[in-house]
Design a protein around this ligand. Structure first.
Ligand code: PEP
Ligand code: MG
Length: 630
């Protein structure tokens, strides 16, 4: 799982394109000159706007980290296991290359022509090839570890190719390189080496990559990185959420970017417009500078809203809280004027580490957050592992090593915690230990069934009793236990789930993904990912009404909540609590303060009568534009 995303397709595309150009060049074509021209002229790439702000600076494309594979021998009893490791690495490599090949269709034709044969050659080498036959033989006959066997066999084949009597020296070198390249990929997968280091990104640079995982994004320093642009990724994936949380101007889903961007190129990135202009001419640069000034001015204006209440013109208070993904955001939360944390994603505790955080480490982490937040409410969501939230610690035998045919539908969220109750128990215990230091609630992720909530509550109460027996002070009335409504199943069973829950938080990111069967982090289907789709809105309405009938608190904590244009609709549906990335709070507050609840309710009725997604968009954007201006 882990290394499936840690591959280096960007490098492959860049190298492949160059190599392809050489090959055409040998035939005397115009292609090399065209390729060079493509890389010297101003070139704009459009993507998905992710995190607002302007960045002007040099491009820094991320590099592969060389996979360390010291020579290693094995014992005769380890041969079978070693052959299996090799088989797993081959399967993973095939999957990575297959994914890359599927993406070729969206590249310019020239790039496709250059890359397709190369990828085919790689895939062929992962079949019944001499490389693999030789590596398997070396494992068995020479008792070598899989990576040593692959390396040795690749070098032997490369040496033989280069020794051939052929005038086409460039062609021979290319073939030898191809064998080495596939061996490198196998070694990377065998040693689970991530493919890049983000430590060397120079200050003020715009980071350009094929793909960034949420764990990569968590390592970025917003004080150093001016902006981020990637080829992969969708608007509401966790990488996008992390980038917004860090306030780094970002554009994801920029098709063809890594092919044309080169390290050191000047670039202007506009996170609101979703564009990156490489090698800008004077006019584009000037426009970028103007936008940068306008953005800073707007931010200063919004900062003045911090102390003003979030109340509609007719006096209805609206709770505006922050989502927190990493503790580094705590100062931002205070600056934004949030009324507490509406969603603390605890995944950060499990990221970028090789072991699991124990109860004590978790207790300390929660205590720090609660102390920073004083008496403001903090809703801690228990671990939501799964899908794109790829975590090293959990892969060490705790999470399923085999993700199954549909990881998003498999053992993730609360399902995993109920299967591994020791994880849930440690988390409940850590929260209960610090519960009296602040105003805390607990939230359960990815629920589809009332019985799951019941089961979790039983564990919760058992943990509380155990702590009390040990003499730990636990509040008489346990912190509330709420449920994320983020699957159509949960939304449509909301009335039954409400009987088991103390509050609801509607997670529109996953709700939209599961309702529309569109991966929220997948650039190629991002045009279909639409939280305003009537199917999603109807499910939200159903769940909200189920909660309101029982006078049970309900909030929205998906990315929708941070879009000022959507505030009238959400208020009109009866929502009075929104949790979002901290930097979105001022603009959402500005919208709330400009709205009348009666108008919002009438507007929401009009929207909910519609079943055409396009028409809903028009209505929402038109009405929302007024609110956005304040
Ligand atoms: C959601 O799904 O809307 C949500 C808030 O949870 P996450 O984005 O962490 O999956
Ligand atoms: Mg979710």
């Amino acid at each position: 799982m882990k290394n499936e995303k840690a591959e280096a397709p960007a490098g492959l595309i860049a190298r492949g394109a160059e190599r392809g150009a050489d090959r055409v060049g040998e035939r005397g074509s115009e292609a090399p000159r065209r390729a060079t021209a493509r890389r010297t002229r101003e070139h704009a790439v459009r993507g998905i706007p992710i995190s607002p702000g302007i960045a002007i600076g040099p491009v820094y494309d991320t590099n592969e980290i060389p996979a360390e594979a010291p020579r290693r021998a094995i014992l005769p009893g380890q041969v079978e296991a070693e052959r299996q490791r090799l088989a797993d690495a081959v399967a993973l490599s095939r999957k990575q290359l297959g994914k890359l090949k599927a993406r070729l269709g969206i590249l310019p034709e020239e790039a496709q022509e250059e890359l397709a044969p190369l990828l085919d050659a790689y895939i062929l080498m992962l079949g019944n090839s001499r490389l693999l036959r030789g590596a398997r033989r070396r494992i068995e006959a020479e008792l070598l570890a899989a990576e040593t066997a692959v390396g040795d066999e690749a070098e032997a084949i490369a040496a033989q190719i280069l020794a051939a009597k052929d005038d086409d020296r460039a062609g021979l070198r290319r073939r030898a390189d191809e064998v080495r390249e596939i061996a490198k990929r196998l070694t990377r997968n065998l040693t689970a080496t991530p493919f890049r280091s983000l430590k060397e990104v120079p200050e003020g640079a715009i980071l350009v990559a094929e793909e960034l995982t949420p764990a990569d994004a968590a390592l970025l320093d917003p004080a150093r990185i001016a902006g981020v642009a990637t080829e992969e990724g969708g608007a509401d994936g966790h990488t996008a959420i992390m980038l917004r949380a860090l306030g780094i101007p970002s554009v994801l889903g920029c098709v063809g970017l890594t092919e044309t961007a080169q390290r050191g190129d000047q670039a202007v990135l506009d996170g609101s417009a979703g564009t990156i202009v490489l090698r800008p001419g004077e006019a584009a640069l000037e426009k970028g500078r103007e936008s940068l000034t306008a953005f800073a001015r707007e931010r200063a204006k919004l900062a003045k809203l911090r102390r003003l209440p979030a109340v509609t013109t007719d006096g209805e208070p609206v709770e505006l809280q922050a989502n927190l993904e990493i503790p580094a955001e705590l100062p931002l939360i205070a600056q934004a004027g949030a009324q507490g944390i509406g969603l603390l994603r605890t995944e950060f505790l499990f990221m970028n580490r090789e072991d699991l955080p124990d109860e004590e480490a978790q207790t300390q982490a929660y205590a720090e957050v609660l102390e920073a937040m004083g008496s403001d409410p903090v809703t801690i969501r228990v671990l939501d592992w799964g899908g794109e939230k790829d975590m090293e610690a959990l892969s060490q035998g705790i999470a399923p090593t085999h993700a199954g045919p549909n990881p998003a539908l498999g053992l993730r969220g609360l399902r995993l915690l109920l299967k591994r109750p020791e994880l849930l128990e440690a988390q409940f215990a850590a929260i209960l230990r610090v519960a009296d230091r602040g105003n805390v609630r607990i939230l359960l992720p990815l629920v589809t069934n009332p019985s799951e909530v019941k089961e979790a509550r039983d564990i919760y109460e058992k943990v509380a009793k155990r702590l009390k027996r040990k003499g730990v002070h636990v509040p008489e009335k346990l912190p509330e236990l709420g449920v994320m409504i983020e699957t159509p199943g949960a939304a449509l069973a909301a009335d039954a789930i409400a009987l088991e829950a103390d509050f609801f938080a509607i997670g529109t990111n996953d709700l939209a993904m599961y309702t529309l069967a569109v991966d929220r982090a997948e650039a190629e289907v991002s045009h279909l990912y639409d939280p305003l789709h009537p199917a999603v809105l109807r499910l939200m309405q159903f769940a909200t009404e189920a909660a309101l009938r029982l006078r049970m608190p309900v909030s929205v904590c998906g990315e929708m909540a941070g879009n000022p244009r959507l505030v009238p609709l959400l208020l009109g549906l009866g929502i009075r609590s929104l949790s979002m990335n901290a930097s979105a709070i001022p603009r959402v507050k500005q919208a709330v303060r400009a709205l009348d609840i009666g108008d919002c309710a009438r507007f929401a009725r009009r929207v909910m009568e519609q079943s055409d997604p396009q028409r809903i968009h028009e209505l929402v954007m038109e009405f929302g534009a007024g609110a956005e201006k304040g």
